[in-house]
Design a protein around this ligand. Structure first.
Ligand SMILES: *Cc1c(COP(=O)(O)O)cnc(C)c1O
Length: 367
């Protein structure tokens, strides 16, 4: 696709139709369990407001963010029947803001539980919350010991309307990892202490671990955005992110010439180099230096030299001149050169590629 007009160095197209289709696929796998959505970090860099609104049309009613601040920004854009959960819980002293803005905390520690309970008692009402238990990841939630201690006091959950018991898996993308079954067992042991309370365990990858992991509510993020959920298996989800960078100029170089900072690449032969207006300040990771590829009119061309702040350089030797005019767009992330392939070349995961996508792109949303 060649397009010459445009003031931005690159065009980022986010396919909301693909996000909706991915949501339907996940909801289908979940059967009677509900599919929520992780829209933290601005929906992994893709735009929390347009993404959440698209998912709302698919009847998604459960949205997860990390921080209270993210929930406050999103709240006016969603109807009251849509729940927004703050996975970090309340920052100390900000409990009342959850009521003011109609957001629900995930309680991760005895301290957070106590503060929420105190507010409920003070308001003489019942306040909704999710309770997170650590089942082995050692990152968030009450540890088994802390939970035991809390359960020993009868008024532990007084005034709290416990919507879900929640935990998070450490290794769900690796289906054979022993952690999955261990964490599931631990989660079921914790659940036994909360009869009748609904549960939420699955992120994207855990949805693919099967029914035992589904419980009542799943919280996928990455899979909605097209990132492959299962290591070593074909990705059943549609690509969501399409990134095209614009050619600024091209030049001929002789054999043996260095390209870019540090001359980290040298031409073996006379070559043509195209400079494209995307760099590490746009989230095009510097680790893609001499490792990334781009696509121009059916050619896959290597990124040569180091990634600069605002530019990359491509070896476009052999590509027809008509495709190399200033303003022409080259594909950096496409259905073919997926987020996961770019991540593998950069030595990272698809999550980091999309959450890094920069603020200088011309963004378009297709429905
Ligand atoms: C980010 C996050 C999710 C979503 O994870 P994905 O792997 O992107 O599906 C779910 N639950 C918790 C606790 C998270 O931090």
């Amino acid at each position: 696709m060649m397009q010459v007009a445009g003031k931005a160095g690159a065009v980022l197209r986010i396919d909301l139709k693909a996000i909706r289709s991915n949501y339907r696929l996940l909801q289908g796998l979940l059967g009677s369990a509900q599919c929520g959505a992780a829209v933290k970090a601005d929906a992994y860099g893709l735009g929390a407001i347009p993404v959440a609104r698209a998912l709302l049309e698919e009847s998604c009613r459960h949205f997860f963010v990390a921080h209270l601040e993210e929930a406050i920004s999103l709240r006016p854009h969603l109807p009251v029947e849509a729940n927004i959960y703050v996975m970090h819980g309340s920052p100390v002293g900000y409990e009342a803001e959850f009521l003011e803005y109609g957001c629900i905390p995930v309680l991760n520690s005895a301290q957070q539980v106590l503060a929420w309970r105190d507010l409920a008692v003070k308001m003489q009402t019942r306040l909704p919350a999710i309770l997170q238990c650590d089942t082995g990841m050692a990152r968030m939630g009450l540890s088994p010991a802390e939970l035991q201690q809390c359960l020993a006091s009868s008024d532990f959950m007084q005034g709290i309307d416990l919507l879900y018991l929640m935990s998070h898996l450490a290794s769900a993308e690796d289906q054979a990892h022993p952690m999955n079954q261990l964490q599931l067992q631990q989660f079921n042991a914790v659940r036994a202490a909360f009869p009748g309370v609904k549960a939420s365990l699955a992120n994207s990858s855990a949805i693919f671990l099967g029914k035992d992991f589904h419980f009542d509510l799943a919280r996928p993020g990455a899979a909605l955005y097209g990132v492959a959920p299962v290591a070593g298996q074909a990705n059943p989800l549609q690509a969501v992110v399409h990134l095209q960078g614009r050619i600024i100029q091209t030049r001929e170089i002789p054999a043996g010439a260095g390209v870019g900072y540090g001359a980290s690449w040298r031409s073996q032969q006379a070559s043509r180099i195209a400079t494209v207006a995307v760099g590490y300040a746009d989230g095009w990771l510097r680790s893609l230096s001499n490792r990334g590829v781009a696509q121009i009119a059916g050619h896959t061309v290597p990124m040569v030299g180091n990634v600069s702040m605002d530019t990359i350089t491509l070896d476009v030797t052999g590509v027809a001149e008509t495709h190399l005019q200033p303003g022409a767009l080259v594909d950096l992330i496409s259905t073919d050169n997926t987020v996961d392939k770019v991540a593998a070349r950069a030595g990272t995961i698809g999550y980091e590629i999309i959450t890094s996508l920069g603020g200088r792109y011309e963004r378009t949303y297709s429905n």
